[in-house]
Design a protein around this ligand. Structure first.
Ligand code: SF4
Length: 307
């Protein structure tokens, strides 16, 4: 299996964990408890800049896997807790809500307190988040995986999709990468999305030193043109797995609390459905890991023509 090279430039020595508490060279994050490893299921972590359409992409992809007969578990890892909205047609209570309800005694929780069935039988979980400005989002993801493991929901799934909070700003937001086999990045063809993607590539490279996660590829979203993305892919070694246009029908599907498979037939939506089904089929068959090397910030400005 190919490896992913770490980002050019090492993590500053002063910021490293001096006590061996981290999850490897250059990290200050607590190592993954081996008891929380997800065995059996194919695990995908979906990243991308905030507002780029990760939840829409994740939900439609989950639906496509389910329509192909897979048992799917989607875990929303954003405090906004709307990842599974189009699958369940509501904002379901989060794991944090459920834990609050039992005064943080997880042993009192039942599966139905935090897992909700959505379109085509997709099992939906929203990790939720701590109140703004307090607590740790990464900790919440860890607690969610722990609960799912204790209730045997992970081994009863064929596919697990983590839909992860926008931009990678710290090790906590990268926690799902400890569990994933393949990380997929949703992006549009603009500078900000590609800049955010570059940081995600670096985060995946860092996690790949100590965990099995590898870059699976890029999902181009809401993009008529892909010229900027093509330049970035070529410079870094990334490649695009699927491309979804900026269609009003896709936006409407979210307003209608529906995945694209529930919308009325239209030629442009047929193509989108086929693209999601093709993406699910190729991910299930297995995509080769990409040996991508992120750029330095200055290099992205130069590459994409900004001063
Ligand atoms: S910034 Fe990251 S590591 Fe720090 S509390 Fe938030 S999620 Fe946790």
């Amino acid at each position: 299996m190919n490896d992913i090279s770490p980002q050019a430039g090492a993590f500053p020595a002063a910021a490293r964990c001096a006590t061996g508490c981290g999850d490897g060279e250059g990290s200050v994050q607590v190592a993954l408890d081996p008891a929380l490893r997800i065995d059996g299921a194919k695990v995908f972590a979906i990243y991308g800049k905030g507002g780029i359409g990760k939840s829409t992409t994740s939900s439609n992809l989950s639906a496509a896997f389910a329509l192909q007969g897979r048992r799917v578990l989607q875990i929303g890892c954003d405090p906004k807790h709307d990842s599974t909205f189009t699958l369940t047609k509501r904002l379901v209570p989060t794991v944090i809500d459920a834990l609050e309800g039992v005064d943080f005694h997880p042993e009192e929780l039942r599966v139905e307190d935090f897992v909700y069935e959505g379109f085509a039988g997709v099992q939906c979980v929203e990790a939720g988040g701590p109140p703004a400005g307090t607590g740790c989002g990464g900790y919440v993801v860890g607690q969610t995986v722990k609960l799912l493991k204790e209730h045997h929901l992970l081994e009863e799934s064929d596919v697990v999709i983590f839909d992860v909070l926008g931009d990678v700003v710290c090790g906590g937001f990268a926690a799902p990468l400890q569990h994933a086999d393949r990380a997929l990045i949703v992006t549009a063809n603009d500078f900000d999305s590609i800049f955010a993607m570059n940081r995600i590539v670096a985060a995946i490279g860092a996690k790949a030193r100590n965990y099995g996660v590898r870059l699976g590829g890029v999902i181009a979203n809401r993009s008529a043109a892909v010229d900027q993305l093509a330049k970035y892919n070529e410079a870094t070694g990334l490649s695009t797995l699927a491309r979804f246009p900026d269609l009003d029908a896709i936006r409407r599907s979210r307003l209608r609390k529906s995945v694209v498979f529930e919308m009325e037939d239209a030629p442009e939506l047929d193509a989108v459905r086929t693209a999601y089904l093709d993406l699910a089929a190729s991910l299930w068959a297995g995509v080769e890991p990409l040996a991508a090397v992120p750029l330095r910030d200055r290099e992205i400005f130069d590459l994409l023509g900004f001063e």
